[in-house]
Design a protein around this ligand. Structure first.
Ligand code: ADP
Ligand code: DP6
Ligand code: CO
Length: 382
């Protein structure tokens, strides 16, 4: 039983989670409710000191309902994804005792206590920089900490997955694979418990890599990842080919490239996967343009798309072709912001110099800033 002597206590836990960037992308679900994907995916988790979510969760007998604030604004928790995460964590909650303050919460009490959640993203929300990944990983991790859930990270990843698919990968640092799992759809015996994230290599394994994120637009995208991939599953023949014929082989090749720190192969696979993902978006009906919803410009006598994304892709491709072997990699998630990867600091500094020369931050390119990232892991923040 929760201690009843004083009713004005409050218990809190805070966590910080990084975002992750997929190098073999997840796009498409076979089960919408449980968020089971149609293919495996692989990502790199970024250092949380750059792009991260910080979430504080609190419980008190004075709270009369669950509430959440995202970036200072109250949001509804009625959506299935939040409800699922809360329910899964509550059902695994343990006893909590704070002797100094005389607080004792038995595991059976958690169903009656309400939580307040305050979460901040230090980067644009819903702009294609994986805020849902950092956000739900952080939510699940901080709730698990508050409620003394003693599950291994893999099990927690399966809970975060039910908030947002990409979130399961943010529970680990370094290179992470989300295994799609075997069961086709949710059944009574399976709640998709084998659709989990596993760490392929920790953040030390390939710590020469430098990730540069070029923030072009912090505007909210028009089509959320959830809606976009649902429409692709329903209408894109290319997506079916991708998930059955391309990704299974690509996953094996990517695992090998990561294991052997083979940057040219890693770069080739990363760029090809990003381009195929955007080709699937174009193959969707109606087509989805994640890469060009910001910088169209009209030029006299003709319409020329001075599109930053196409220009940056062509700039990176030319560089790689000129050198004969890939020196740099690029990938775009479901939004216009570019994630650029260099094999080491020397190439990264050359890349930054060239970017600043060819794409000086201005209204023309809409380039706002660069964020340098290393790789890291979910961290307790007090
Ligand atoms: P993104 O590319 O940023 O991941 P999505 O469309 O996949 O965009 O997801 C955006 C949604 O994720 C938001 O509308 C919100 O529902 C959820 N989200 C974002 N940040 C958080 C957070 N810190 N905590 C909980 N949910 C979040
Ligand atoms: C392009 O995980 O945001 O970033 O599961 O519906 O919440 P939901 O979608 P989300 O999709 C991410 C798509 C992607 C690729 C990736 O991260 O693998
Ligand atoms: Co997302």
């Amino acid at each position: 039983m929760a201690t009843e002597s004083k009713k004005d206590w409050i218990l809190m836990a805070t966590a910080r989670s990084p975002t992750n960037i997929a190098v073999v992308k997840y796009w498409g679900k076979r089960d919408e409710a449980l968020i089971l994907p149609i293919n495996d995916s692989i990502s790199v988790t970024l250092d949380p000191s750059h792009l991260c979510t910080t979430t504080t969760v609190a419980v008190s007998p004075n709270f009369d309902r669950d509430r959440m604030w995202l970036n200072g604004k109250e949001i509804s928790l009625s959506g299935g994804r939040y409800q699922r995460c809360l329910r899964e964590i509550r059902s695994r909650a343990g006893d909590v005792e704070d002797e100094k303050r005389g607080i004792c919460i038995g595991k059976e009490d958690w169903g009656k206590l309400h939580v307040h959640i305050a979460s901040y993203n230090n980067f644009p929300t819903a702009a294609g920089l994986a805020s849902s990944a950092a956000g739900f990983a952080c939510l699940v991790y901080s709730l698990a900490k508050l409620m003394n859930v003693r599950e291994e990270q893999g099990k927690l990843s399966a809970i975060a997955r039910q908030g947002s698919g990409s979130a399961c990968r943010s529970l680990f640092g370094g290179f992470v694979k989300w295994e799609m799992g075997k069961v086709l759809k949710c059944t009574k015996d399976s709640a998709g418990s084998d659709s989990i994230a596993v760490q392929l290599a920790d953040e030390q394994h390939w710590n020469d890599l430098v990730i540069i994120i070029a923030v072009v637009s912090s505007r909210q995208k028009e089509t959320s990842s959830t809606t976009g991939m649902r429409e692709s599953v329903e209408t894109s023949p290319l997506l079916h080919y991708r998930s059955t014929e391309v990704v299974p082989k690509r996953i094996l090749q990517m695992e090998e490239a990561i294991r052997t720190r083979d940057f040219p192969s890693f770069a080739r696979l990363t760029c090809a996967d990003s381009n195929q993902f955007h080709a699937v978006c174009l193959d969707t009906s109606p087509p989805i343009f994640y890469m060009n919803n910001t910088s169209h410009r009209q030029v006299p006598h003709s319409f020329i798309v001075t599109n930053w994304f196409f220009r940056i892709i062509s700039f990176m491709e030319k560089w790689n072709r000129f050198e004969g072997t890939p020196q740099v990699a690029y990938t775009f998630d479901a939004g216009p912001n570019a994630v650029l990867i260099a094999p080491n600091r020397k190439v990264a500094s050359l890349l930054l110099q060239r970017l600043l020369f060819y794409f000086p931050p201005s209204t023309d390119t809409e380039l706002k800033s660069f964020v340098l990232g290393d790789q890291s892991i979910v961290k307790d923040a007090g």
